[in-house]
Write a protein that binds this ligand. Structure first.
Ligand code: FPP
Length: 231
């Protein structure tokens, strides 16, 4: 099944949470502090979107390219992520939120992977969908999907088959992708799924991103004229 977005309906919103490092530097703090605050904002924003009736939220937490950052920063992000797995994400599963991780789990330590898988299992019957993209890259996701299909013995691939083999299989494509922090690019995020997404860029740095900033992005989305290649 191909999950084309529907005109005017906001079923899936995705966020590239950029600007944590700059936000911290502006305050004379280490970049890692920006990520700590950013992680709290992530939870508030996701829960706010669900309260607005949006069924699926995706957050780009860590890309396949982010491993290139200084080891100290990578370690700090992984520590925040691990703490979040223990507390925040587990609590969110009790709020009827289904959590799935997009991206390849193998680089994570066995205990971290086990916790990720447990959270996915435990929340699998929940109502609201939260995708956390960690060690995620759109190209890596497509390559992995093709390899999966080849291993299953297929000799011909169509769009529906590929849609079913990627990490967001069965979910609607994002209607709206929001990037904070002023950069205007997708940085290897949801390559396949974003073809008809509306893009919204704001200079607001992620730790400053409020519920009214979410409202502004949603209002802009509803003002857009989506044609999906038609007239
Ligand atoms: C982008 O800001 C942020 C990241 C690459 C990492 C974000 C990670 C977390 C908030 C922690 C873990 C995630 C979860 C889901 C709890 P940047 O560092 O690129 O900011 P800059 O552009 O100002 O340098």
């Amino acid at each position: 099944m191909i999950n084309q977005p529907q005109e005017n309906s906001l079923q899936h919103i995705a966020f590239i949470m950029d600007g944590n490092g700059r936000w911290a530097k502006k305050r004379g703090m280490p970049r890692e502090y920006g990520h700590t605050v950013g992680a709290k904002v992530f939870r508030r924003v996701a829960e706010y979107c669900f309260r607005q009736g949006i069924g699926t939220v995706t957050i780009y937490a860590f890309s396949t390219e982010n491993w290139k950052r200084p080891q100290k920063e990578v370690n700090a992000i992984m520590d925040i992520f691990k703490n979040y797995l223990k507390m925040g994400l587990s609590e969110m599963t009790e709020d009827n939120i289904r959590i799935r991780f997009l991206g390849e789990k193998t680089p994570f330590a066995p205990d971290v992977r086990a916790t990720m898988e447990k959270i996915e299992r435990k929340s699998s019957a929940n109502k609201y969908n939260l995708n956390v993209a960690v060690n995620y890259g759109g190209r890596a996701e497509l390559v992995q999907a093709v390899n999966r299909l080849m291993q299953s013995g297929v000799t011909h691939v169509d769009e529906a088959a590929l849609s079913n083999a990627i990490d967001t299989s069965g979910q609607p494509d994002p209607d709206l992708i929001v990037r904070t922090g002023g950069e205007m690019r997708l940085s290897n995020f949801l390559m396949w799924q974003s073809v008809y997404s509306e893009l919204y860029f704001t200079d607001v740095l992620w730790p400053d991103f409020t519920d009214s900033d979410v409202d502004a992005a949603i209002a802009e989305f509803h003002a857009r004229n989506r044609r999906f290649g038609g007239v």
